[in-house]
Design a binder for this molecule. Sequence first.
Ligand SMILES: [Zn+2]
Length: 231
Amino acid sequence: MLEELQEVDQLIDTLKGTLAGLQAEMVGINQGVETAREELTLLETTLSQREAEKKELETTHAAELENIVRSETNMKEIKTNKEFQAVGREITAARKQVGDLEEQLLQKIGAIDELTGEITTKKSQLDELVENTSQRLQEKQGEISHIQADIDTETGRREGVVKTMPASLVKKFTILREQRRGQALAIARDGYCMGCNMHLPPQLYNNLYKNEELLACPHCQRILILKLQPK
Ligand SMILES: [Zn+2]
């Protein structure tokens, strides 16, 4: 009974470990998609910033062009040479400004084109990832359900085993298992405890043959199970 309990407990532990691993994988898969989505959002935010900046440049550009036209119209009504020169300087400065703005606009358009390309690539990558991911998530979910069903089955089996055992023994076994890294039982063979590899007192070893009571290893406290033949 104790051996079966140990076996079922170890099986449950292994299954739970597998389950935790699968759940961690699912978290990882979801995080991958989340990261790709955040990257795309960042690119889109940058694009709208660049577009707003482009719009502002266009507005300034249009205003400067208007200024030039106005100055040129005004020139026709100018009487003095001094005034003529002043307006001429204004127009030259405005034309230089227009040139600078056009240069900046070209750069902005280049940056926008580049960003748009990046966004297109990123979007198709994300679509692919989402499709890929949903398949993988479904697979993982299937595996998880499978493992969970196994855990339920084994838990049922454990309950069955426990029912046939004295409650005090189950308690002792459970505490020992927690203290001894999952191994509450140890095989006794050739006068040794296989749990801690220590020599057992001869009297205790002899008593094991009598099979009258549960005996524990005096060194590691595990419950001893006598096995004459090597496994
Ligand atoms: Zn021992």
